[in-house]
Design a protein around this ligand. Sequence first.
Ligand SMILES: [Zn+2]
Ligand SMILES: [Zn+2]
Length: 417
Amino acid sequence: MLRHTRPKGTQDFIPPVSQQKLLVENTFRDLAVIYGFQEIVTPTFEHTELFIKSSGTGSDIVIKEMYSFQDRSQRSLTLKPEGTPGVIRAVLENRLVLPARLYYITPCFRYSRPQKGRYREFYQLGIEALGEASARTDAELIHFGVRFFSRLNIAGLTVMVNSIGCRTCRQDYREKLLTFLRLNREALCPDCQQRIEVNPLRVLDCKNDHCQTMLQKAPVPREYLCSDCQTHFTIVINELTARQLPYRIDDHLVRGLDYYNRTTFEFVSDKLGAQNSLGGGGRYDYLIEELGGPPTPASGLAIGLERTMLAMPQLEVPTGRRQLVFVIWTSENELRTAVDLTDRLREAGIPAQLSFDSPKLKRQLHLADLADAAFAVIVGEEELKRGVYGLKNLTTGEQIELPAPELISRLKPLLAV
Ligand SMILES: [Zn+2]
Ligand SMILES: [Zn+2]
């Protein structure tokens, strides 16, 4: 019986999965920098009001998913359920000059039902283009996402795109939708019946089959766009076409957050089954103002790390060895030389390790094996006198001698990272 286990809905990233996580993060980081984004790091928890104000009181996040707690001074704090609100808060508080392009990689927390690829602690990779009003920015962010997934060799990707209008035209639409939903209340699932009065738009993307069938006759936001919103959407679509991106218009895509307006989009992969979303985003021209800043247009996206890892081609668990040299010494007299050699290997970019704990050759070879090292370099008294090191291939067991000055230049092409 294990004494301690991880909390429900969390996961450990152990090697080689941790390696894969790093690859996803580095790919995101590299791409963000290429697109002109700079990193922003904000606290893991914020004042609870920030999330209530930004996600909206009617959102699932605020109603049932936040990890909120009181600290010892009775402040209500919440572990961030998503990346954007903290970024906006920090931008305003630190008076960043806008426009600004920012990216983040952060753990987020939501008390939701754990499912495949969905955790209570999960990582979001996000970019925010603050102060950019153009529809072309929305298209560029979508292109960023497509490029990111393609760099990770994720196949079968489609971008679902929609427009949910602005403050003005959404009001008209909302009335029409409400009328329709109230008339059909009985046909909706219990969740949707509650959403009608609180957040009717959310009903549109309910995953329940009955709701979806009934909603096929519902009015959709795009039919009610004002002419500015219509133009904005047309530019997004034309730009996606010009960039030859794999998109589809989805009239029911509203996303789960209250702060979006106009463009919404979601990346889906046919590799993931029912929970097929890898991430998404949209325009949020009102959020900065809502949080106390000047009216500022903005657009962003967030990608789920865990889903992305699920959609990636299965990582091949190496049947061979790690790119690692284990330096082995045979008596205390050789320890100094072994330490210096290990250091020179590392300096040359070759991963190297040694054990200080036991002078026994057999024990050290066993440790090298446990570490999955590709080679062991043996620093022995006899060998040192002749100016050579022993080099043992730990896969084949084959051992050769190499003149000391040649060791690094021979190993470097094989192992350097
Ligand atoms: Zn509009
Ligand atoms: Zn429903």
